[in-house]
Ligand binder design. Structure first.
Ligand SMILES: [Cu+2]
Length: 234
């Protein structure tokens, strides 16, 4: 009995290490460049850790059972009748329920944090039209640009507009995504926390040129942003 438990735990540890390596050694998500995506990635890691533990546990029991209790090929007998196990059944109902509720709470907290607009957010209008994005900065005049430029560490509030059909605004590294729907104003918040060049993607099939509906996004320092604004106005 004791030997069996040691073997079971050993299999579980081996499986756990293997799956942990798969989770850690590959980059599954885009590199985060916003506070919102940082929070979202924290949830991913929370869910990943839970998944690794459950996978290792279930995997260990399956591998151990196949190894120890496999019947010979010519064994056509029925297995012995089993009458459930109340303790086990309560455990495998209660534990997943607690985990799912925990995930739900964490997600709700992040969703609410990511939706909290500060009063000094930079206003940006993102206008989707087959097949290009245009950007306006209403706080700084009435120019339009084809490039999205944002100052680092400053919350930006995007208001989406669509001229023709439904588009969807997405910068993978920002982790935030929102549809641009004709006749409706949708909004989304992004707080870039790393400078660099990123891609704006339309992520709603909007016609023949959908795949080409991309724009450049640049996150720069506040000074560079001010200089860029002055340039646009001139
Ligand atoms: Cu589009």
């Amino acid at each position: 009995m004791r030997k069996g438990i040691v073997q079971l735990v050993a299999i579980g540890i081996v499986l756990g290490v293997l799956v942990t390596l798969v989770a850690v050694l590959f980059q599954w998500l885009p590199t985060s460049a916003s506070k919102e995506f940082d929070r979202i990635q924290d949830i991913y890691w929370f869910a990943t850790v839970i998944s690794i533990v459950i996978f290792s546990l279930v995997g260990a029991v399956v591998v151990y059972s196949v190894w120890k209790w496999r019947v010979p090929l010519d064994d056509d007998l029925d297995g012995p009748p089993i009458h459930g196990h109340t303790g086990l059944e309560i455990a495998w109902t209660a534990v997943p329920a607690i985990l799912v509720i925990a995930l739900g709470i964490v997600s709700a907290v992040v969703l609410s944090e990511n939706g909290q607009a500060s009063s000094n957010a930079l206003q940006v209008k993102a206008i989707g039209q087959q097949f290009a994005w245009r950007f306006e900065y209403p706080d700084y005049g009435d120019f339009q640009t084809g490039e999205l430029v944002l100052p680092v560490d400053q919350q930006a509030q995007f208001t989406m507009e669509a001229v023709d059909v439904i588009h969807s605004f997405w910068v993978p590294n920002f982790g935030q995504k929102m549809d641009a729907v004709p006749g409706i104003e949708t909004t989304i918040l992004v707080t870039p926390d790393r400078t660099g060049a990123f891609a704006v993607v339309c992520t709603e099939l909007c016609g023949l040129g959908h795949a080409t509906m991309r724009a450049k996004a640049r996150v720069v320092t506040q000074a560079e942003f001010d200089a860029w604004i002055a340039e646009q106005k001139a």
